[in-house]
Design a protein around this ligand. Structure first.
Ligand code: NAX
Length: 327
């Protein structure tokens, strides 16, 4: 029988953690043939709540769940980890400047990166969900010099899925008929959902919608969807974020379909003029547990401007954490 894959989830007692853990335990992260061992990492004050979630996981009697352990120590939690889902982060609180936010998160993601460097399995794959996700991933990557840089990724799959959903509703087609959606840049309001390469029924999506809809409705709706969810639900996206995290890792491990790609924030190799080393969202294909940035796409002036703006924000964040000594 297959040995279990160790999946470490941070922020396990939070609302995304609650939605995520049951889907991992049911086999949706890695597929129906792969048993999983869960390592939950929380801060000491939230360990008891994580224990409650672990009791519910036990009550799920999941055939693929090989065990659950709870930690408040990163070194122990990442020991032997094959997949790390970094969900726990320091939220922005009232009166907090951006520098304070980056510094507080540096205090979380630098030690976690170090712990991954020291103890994770050779095939470790890291997904950062906790915001500011791209820059937190950059901090973790920098603290893990012995892990191949490309193993550190951040989540823009929720933005990607939101874009699929908006386009599907606009054109009255199922999401399954939409391919080659792309989110570029930062997981923030500057992100750029690009319809100029997206295909619906084999034709370019941008040519099937009004330009005004694309510019004035589609892009802001996708970029501000998180705020709209908070407004409606009274709490930030949780189940949809967990679902996107499942999709991100599942696609990374199991591959994209022929003729399609997905969006992942990954260390830039300089493709499309994106500053090398920052963690920015790109169109990627995946196969055999590895991803490649899609090459050779033509970028029109409209897209160029938006990609550059989001990348500029990421460069600023990088410079800010560098100045704080976090890189
Ligand atoms: P919650 O506040 O419900 O949960 C966060 C959990 O993390 C808490 O239980 C907290 O105790 C724990 N935590 C804090 N510091 C920790 C540390 N050092 N080690 C381990 N655990 C720690 O937040 P939730 O709604 O679950 O969201 C989690 C993160 O996801 C937030 O940063 C949020 O902004 C981010 N999001 C990212 C998204 C994306 O698309 N990339 C979308 C959804 C979400 O907004």
């Amino acid at each position: 029988s297959t040995p279990p894959v160790t999946v470490t989830v941070t922020g396990a007692a939070g609302q995304i953690g609650y939605a995520l853990l049951f889907r991992i335990a049911s086999g949706q992260l890695l597929g129906p043939d792969t048993p999983v061992k869960l390592n939950l990492l929380e801060i000491p004050q939230a360990v008891k709540a994580a224990e409650g979630t672990a009791m519910e996981l036990a009550d799920g009697a999941f055939p693929l769940l090989a065990g659950v352990d709870i930690f408040d120590d990163a070194t122990k939690a990442f020991d032997g980890a094959n997949v790390a889902l970094l969900v726990g982060a320091r939220p922005r609180t009232k009166g907090m400047e951006r520098g304070d936010l980056l510094e507080a998160n540096g205090g979380i993601f630098a030690p976690q990166g170090k712990a991954i460097n020291e103890g994770a399995a050779d095939d470790i794959k890291v997904l950062v969900v906790g915001n500011p996700a791209n820059t937190n991933a950059l901090i973790a990557k920098s603290a893990a010099p012995d892990v191949p840089a490309e193993r550190f990724t951040a989540m823009t799959r929720l933005d990607h899925n939101r874009a699929l959903s908006q386009l599907s509703a606009k054109l009255s087609v199922p999401v399954s008929e939409i391919t080659k959606m792309t989110i570029w840049g930062n997981h923030s309001a500057t992100q750029y959902p690009d319809l100029y390469h997206t295909e619906v029924g084999g034709k370019i999506a941008a040519e099937q919608v009004e330009e005004s809809w694309l510019r004035d409705t589609f892009i802001p709706t996708v970029a501000k969807r998180g705020a709209a969810i908070i407004e409606a639900r009274g709490a930030s996206s949780a189940a949809s974020a967990a679902s996107a995290a499942i999709d991100h890792v599942y696609t990374w491990v199991n591959g994209t379909a022929d003729g399609d790609w997905t969006s992942m924030a990954v260390p830039s190799d300089g493709s499309y003029g994106v500053a090398e080393g920052i963690i920015s969202s790109f169109p990627v294909t995946t196969a055999n547990g590895a991803y490649e940035i899609v090459q050779g796409l033509e970028i029109n002036d409209f897209s160029r401007e938006r990609i550059d703006a989001s990348v500029a924000e990421l460069v600023e964040e990088r410079d800010a954490v560098k100045a704080l000594g976090l890189l």
